[in-house]
Write a protein that binds this ligand. Sequence first.
Ligand code: NAD
Length: 324
Amino acid sequence: MAEIVIVPEAACARAVSEADAFTAVEAVFAAMARGEARNFPVIREALGHADALYGFKSGFDRAGLALGVKSGGFWPHNAEIGLTNHQSTIFLFDPDTGQLRALVGGNYLTAVRTAAAAAVSVAHLARPDAQVLGMIGAGHQAAFQLSAVLRQRKFTRVVAWNRDPAKLDRLAAVAEKAGVGFEAAEPQAVCAAADVIVTITSSFAPLLKDGWVRPGTHLACMGTDTAGKQEVAAGIVGAASVFTDEVAQSVTIGEAQHAVKAGQLSAEAIIPLGAVINGAHPGRQSGDEITLFDGTGVGLQDLAVAQVAMRVAAEQGLAQTVSL
Ligand code: NAD
């Protein structure tokens, strides 16, 4: 008889902390760069029902023994009935037998693993003396991003922009809780002030323009995860040292897609962040360099945090177990 652990969505935030997500994502990026963990091709389809987009992200991490799939997508009318538009569930399988081991709610975990990716990039690539954090975007992911990144340096101030300024309130609340100053500013002023900038919008046109980003800045570009989306001018990407979670995604659906298409950046020049974590690449090499992390989001990140959720929730009695 096989035991299956069920971790409901509501238990995930109690089971997986920001720090747990950071450790899990850093480890799986490192395993990817060593060739020990592999993402499988992503499926993403319009259902032709409820205007929904549905898909799978899957992979196998031989180092962490995580095998599974995140299944879900975007249901744009959910908000009208009080549900989150993004819905996903993570399935973990026993890599030795293929038997189902766990069903884990994927909504919180998606946000915390995406924030962890930005935080890992800041930990490894931002200048050690970075003090001002810039935020571009204030949607669902942004508060998670801000909270996770604030832990990585001794930031004293957050400078933020959002298309709808009213939503900046939730970022201000995160900054206040962390004891750092907060102010709203236009994107050009964010660039002029910030040492680290996180972009986390659904924009299809550059919000940060050529010439705005100061030497020495670290950019974590987290919003562009689809062909056509863009947050940063291709010229900025072309002039930066570019790091990513997955090069194949960076050049097709990530922020780098536009610079690659324009001939301003070659795929060969893009460095897996895992190579920096492993010490195979030095990462930032001067205080003047602009480093850019193109965070496209990979299934292995989901599996990494779901493994933690499965283990901790079972240990702490937050999970249900069924025998099949
Ligand atoms: P959301 O719908 O809650 O928020 C969207 C944000 O984008 C808001 O700040 C909104 O003001 C802004 N925005 C939308 N269109 C814009 C435009 N044309 N110009 C400027 N700003 C615009 O979404 P979310 O859940 O916070 O996700 C934000 C983005 O991050 C999405 O594009 C999503 O696909 C992406 N995402 C990436 C990953 C990853 O792993 N890289 C993971 C999750 C989400």
